[in-house]
Design a protein around this ligand. Structure first.
Ligand code: G16
Length: 579
């Protein structure tokens, strides 16, 4: 059902406060999708791409308000990341390049679900007043727009532009088809007064990569670590961008399969980081010819990264190196650099630079990885699923390293730490140039430029992995053997209403429905090293079940029996009965 802003509403808007106008001309995008409740969720709004134009239009208004509120440019990315090609979605990047402030999510939900233009406009005006947002002609919002390769992206981009236009004086800058992390990086760079185009992004990544590669210790380069990497681009934008980036890199040979351009594969179908990590099988187009090679997989919008190696014994199975092992590799490297930086020299007079390092994971982190990180002496904290939670926590440290097992993650450096590091680097350059502490300072500074400071980024993460493996002189085998993952299994259960599941303790315990947690505990107790939790997905209409145990059979069986409990408590049969 399409509804229009009528003349009366336009008069109301024009007259709401002197010169405070929402221009409501492009109203063809305003309609109400009955039977669907939109929720900002784990990473923005997601749904069938054909049903989203009104939501994206409204998100355009929301983004413009966010920009007016903060006084800086914000980002609006049209993507549904790992979801199937028919889905699409929208998320807003705050001025620092991170996710939109969580206290705006209820407003986002209210806007997305407003039943008619009148209530929508009322909501906007009320919220603007409450938040002290001036809608005058003098104030202008700036919104950087990006989209991935989904077929519905182009029309949704138009809807977003029309929504943005509703706030007079707003400027929409179309950055084209980009990865999600590229858009977040551009927003951050623009607001920091730095160059923010795609070529600037490629330049920053390739230059900091070169700087790090130039500092690989000689004894490691002679070890002849394989510099060849096979990458699965999920048939999406990430593969395309990596094709461009790799032309600027030296010391690394990348072959990309499954780009969006190769014409055959469907986005995320049988390919991509989510598929590889959850199914533990190689993506399409990878087979016996790739056995033994170091392979990486990106997801549909390139904000996730996992590595894998096709098994010699069975080419349809893989040794998976997930976000936990990427995190562990990075943690080892950062620790080593801090150790070098603060190593006492013979004069013993040098200043040291203490750094509070924190590691952030979610309940999906394999228990073996958490044990390993704690054994390294690192502070490990858990947050609920969602980059928005992990990022916020990691930002509390001098160096915060966060990763979800599914491959989202990055390393954050505090401004305070970086400015001290820069000073220390300068001092060392004049007093002790070329020394180990000096090199460690330069490496850490280069890492802070290579690894995306706005959000987890598969492309920059991949380059850092490659540098660290070279630095350590590690083969894929060394990395795989860092620790042994506990066998695990993830299942999805379709239920009548996933919002009926409420969790606590970083999603490790179910509070509602009553009795489900007891059933999970009773099942888990049957398995040695058993651990299991369930949670509603924020991106798909399902409940996720995660189980871990001493053997694969045991993890599979635990996940299966807990799924049956979930189905019993919440499945369609239950809801029909109670009806
Ligand atoms: C999004 C979030 C991630 C989260 C993932 C899965 O990823 O950004 O932090 O881990 O959803 O969420 P859920 O289990 O709630 O479906 P992406 O790659 O889809 O944007």
């Amino acid at each position: 059902m399409f509804r229009h802003f009528d003349r009366k509403q336009q008069r109301e808007l024009a007259g709401c406060e002197a010169n405070h106008i929402i221009c409501a001309k492009r109203h063809q995008f305003f309609f109400f999708v009955s039977g669907v409740t939109f929720s900002y969720g784990t990473a923005g709004f997601r749904a069938d791409g054909l049903k989203l134009s009104s939501t994206v239009f409204r998100a355009g208004v929301l983004a413009a308000l966010r920009s007016l509120k903060t006084g800086y440019a914000v980002g609006l990315m049209i993507t549904a990341s790992h979801n199937p090609i028919t889905d699409n979605g929208i998320k807003i990047a705050d001025p620092d390049g991170g996710m939109m402030a969580q206290d705006w999510e209820p407003f986002a939900d209210a806007l997305a679900n407003a039943p008619d233009p009148q209530s929508f406009v009322k909501l906007v005006l009320h919220f603007a007043k409450e938040e002290n947002i001036s809608l005058s002609r003098e104030s202008s919002a700036v919104i950087l727009l990006g989209r991935d390769t989904r077929p519905t992206g182009e029309s949704l981009l138009e809807a977003a532009k029309q929504g943005i236009k509703c706030i007079i004086g707003s400027v929409a800058l179309d950055m084209g088809i980009v990865t999600t992390p590229q858009l977040h990086w551009m927003v951050r760079s623009k607001n920091m007064g730095m160059k923010a185009s795609e070529s600037d992004y490629f330049m920053q990544l390739s230059e900091s990569f070169r700087c790090l590669m130039d500092m690989i210790p000689k004894e490691m380069t002679v070890k002849g670590i394989v510099t060849q990497l096979m990458v699965d681009g999920a048939n999406g934008v990430g593969g395309d961008k990596l094709e461009q980036l790799k032309t600027l890199l030296t010391g690394l040979q990348i072959q990309v399969k499954n780009t969006s351009k190769q014409g055959e594969g469907i986005l995320n179908e049988g390919v991509g980081a989510d598929y590889v990590q959850k199914e533990k099988v190689p993506p399409r187009c990878f087979g016996p010819n790739d056995i033994g090679l170091r392979c990486a997989s990106l997801d549909g919008d390139a904000d996730r990264l996992v590595y894998f190696r096709i098994s010699k014994i069975n080419s349809s199975s893989i040794d998976l190196v997930d976000g936990d092992k990427i995190l562990s590799l990075f943690a080892l490297f950062i620790k080593a650099q801090l150790h070098c930086l603060n190593k006492s020299e013979s004069d013993g007079l040098r200043n040291v630079l203490p750094a509070r390092v924190g590691v952030v994971q979610t309940a999906y982190a394999n228990g073996a990885s958490t044990d390993y990180l704690k054994q390294l002496g690192l502070e490990v904290v858990l947050t609920p699923t969602g980059v928005k939670y992990l990022h916020k926590k990691a930002a509390e440290y001098d160096i915060g390293i966060y990763f979800e097992a599914n491959g989202h993650g990055t390393i954050l450096f505090s401004e305070y730490f970086l400015s001290n590091l820069q000073k220390m680097g300068n001092d060392l350059a004049s007093s002790n140039a070329g020394s180990e502490p000096h090199k460690a300072a330069l490496r850490l500074l280069a890492v802070s430029k290579l690894i995306n400071q706005a959000v987890g980024d598969a492309l920059s993460g991949l380059l850092l992995v490659e540098v660290v493996l070279q630095y350590m002189g590690w083969s894929m085998q060394n990395w795989i053997e860092l620790y042994d993952d506990l066998p695990s299994r993830q299942l999805k259960v379709k239920v009548a209403d996933r919002t009926a599941v409420i969790t606590t303790n970083a999603e490790t315990k179910v509070v509602q429905p009553f009795g489900l947690q007891q059933a999970i505990d009773a099942e888990t107790a049957k398995y040695h090293q058993g651990r299991c939790f369930v949670r509603p997905s924020g991106t798909e209409d399902i409940i996720r079940v995660y189980a871990e145990a001493f053997s694969q059979e045991a993890a599979d069986s635990l996940a299966r029996s807990v799924s049956q409990h979930v189905d019993h408590f919440l499945g369609f049969r239950t809801s029909q009965k109670s009806d």
